[in-house]
Structure formats: structure tokens, C-alpha cells
Design a protein around this ligand. Sequence first.
Ligand code: NAI
Length: 336
Amino acid sequence: MNRTITLIPGDGIGPEVTRAVVRILEASGFTPQWEPFSAGSEAVAEHGTTLPQPLLDSIAKNKIALKGPITTPVGKGFTSVNVGLRKALDLYANLRPVWNLPSVQSRFTGVDLVIVRENTEDLYAGLEHTVVPGVVESLKIITEKASTRIAVFAFEQARRRGRKKVTAVHKANIMKLGDGLFLECARKVAANYPDIEFDDRIVDAACMHLVMRPERLDVLLLPNLYGDIVSDLCAGLVGGLGVVPAANLGENGVGVFEAVHGTAPDIAGRDIANPTALLQSAVLMLQHLHEDQKADAIVSALKKVLASGHVTPDLGGKASTTSFADAICRELSSSG
Ligand code: NAI
């Protein structure tokens, strides 16, 4: 199929890991047209804005983007490009599957979670004001529409991935109205999916369970703020942000697939960055495009190379980004 995909290599290690991932995708037989764009400070220099309109138009047209990390200066300069993209394209669902990989050290084995985070509201609505000097009010927005939409997404993902249970995570014992509405919407949606078990947990208890028996949980459904925190906690269960994928998805099949780690300025330009996280995000992209065979082939090649110990320095090895990608490409061509 003649498909075009918007490519945002990003900055720092972004171009290095993106180059590696594009090569691996092409070795799997997935050879779309790539439409490359800059974003963030690079785009400011060229277009006077961090999120140029032609980039947004390209994603709207192609529906799919693969994105490397982009620098967000702390406390000054422009706001996060990632948040800007989510808002501009109404990418309401953040999806993060989290599972153990061979050769990636972690405290737990048998972790196989899917985190579904609502991406558009909650305290992230950014509605804050100073009531009187020294007193700030931040508004937590929870709507029936967004809560129902994300619950449907979670159950659809559970079905598509052959999962058994969805757990809604909330604090409805304290925020009876806001989190209560989120939970009530999840319960209503659950009634339409009798093939999938549903339960709920209070966020603090859920965190405790996650760091004691993570293998007992399956798909987690969370409002925005708890989702942000719990998804990083879950990444920590399997080796950290350097290995987990993420997708931000909207209506009509629009999706931006990205690594959740940052631009790693300390190692940028040295050909030692680990492309695993972006590669796993690209696997999510292939699954989204119903290219399951290619996705499975890449995961199998990735597992073999990780298990062989030919890994980048962050995982304790000596491989370069390029040679790690080469090894995965070789596995793909020998198995294909
Ligand atoms: P970071 O994730 O860039 O780096 C933290 C540590 O992890 C560093 O030691 C780095 O070398 C290492 N690391 C990260 N990714 C790696 C990889 N693929 N392979 C090997 N090692 C890796 O986080 P930091 O330093 O807090 O942020 C740096 C910049 O990245 C900031 O400007 C931040 O705003 C931006 N950022 C962008 C994100 C995005 O575009 N999605 C997400 C997070 C941060």
C-alpha cells in the first residue's frame, strides 16, 4: 500500500534513533513515503513557531506520525511541543503497553500491562488563577464525554489485544464528583463489554499493588494526571523510559507514535543512544495500521538481539545505535 507518514526526528538523540528505526522498519518490508518535518526550537528558527502549520497539515492528511524527542526548555521559552500536538490534533488517548524485555534489567518479571491515559482534560486543562495573593486555584475538569470516550478506547484496546480485564484507577472516595463521574462512565461502558472483566482501584492502592504484584494487573484506565504519574511508574517496573513505547491517538485513526524519553543531550551525537523505545512505538504504529505480521517480526528480532547481549551502553553493552540497528535488520532478513 502506498502510504505516507509524517516523520518528526526531533533534536538531541532524536535524529539518531529515528534513523535507526526507519532503517529497521524498511528492513521489515514497511516502506512508506516519509514526510520529514522539524518541530520545536529548530522549527522556530525556520518558521517562527514550534509547531508549523505545514507539519499539522501533514499529520492531518497522513493521519500517522512517528516522532522523536524534542527539547522543552524548563521555566522559559515555548510550551511543550508534545502538549501542543495533542491539543491541536485532539489526541485524546495516550497508550503505553509496558512489558519485560530480554536483557533489560528490572526488579520484576512477568509484567505485561497496557496503560490507557485520558489526554485532554483533568488538571492539564491548565485553568489556574490566583484567587487572592498567596492562594491559587487550579481547576480539575472531568467531563462525561471525554471519560466515556477514553473508556471505550480502553475496552476496544483490551479486545484488540486479547486482554482479560480493565481496571479504572481513580480517587472517587475523595473527589466524589469529578473522579466519581470518571468511574461512573467507565462502569457504564464496561456493561457493553461482557467479555472483558472490569474492576476499579483507588490510585494510591493501585500504586502499591503495582510495586508489589504488577503481574496481577492488566489494562489500566486513568484520568490525565494519575495516568501521567502511573505510566512512568509502570515504565520503571520494566527498566525505565528508555525502553517503553507510547502512542497518542485521536478520532478517525489519527496517531502520533513517539518515544517517551527525552533528547538525552548528554549522549547526543555519539551514536550510543538506544533506539528501543522509538522502535517499540513504531511497532505500535504498525499494529495501528494492521501490519501485525511486520510488527511481530520486529518484536521477535528485537528480543533476539537484546537476548544476545549486543546492546547499547545504557543497557550495559558496547553496541552503537547503528550496530544495534544493523543486528536487528540482519535478524529480520534472516527470518524473512
Ligand atoms: P532524558 O530522557 O533526555 O534523559 C534522561 C537520562 O536518560 C539521560 O542520562 C539520558 O542519557 C538517558 N536516556 C534517555 N533516552 C535514552 C536513550 N534512548 N538511550 C540511552 N539513554 C537515554 O530526560 P531529560 O534529561 O530530563 O530531558 C532532556 C530534554 O528532553 C529536555 O529538554 C526535555 O524537555 C526533553 N524531553 C522531551 C520529551 C519528548 O519530546 N517526548 C520527553 C521528555 C523530555
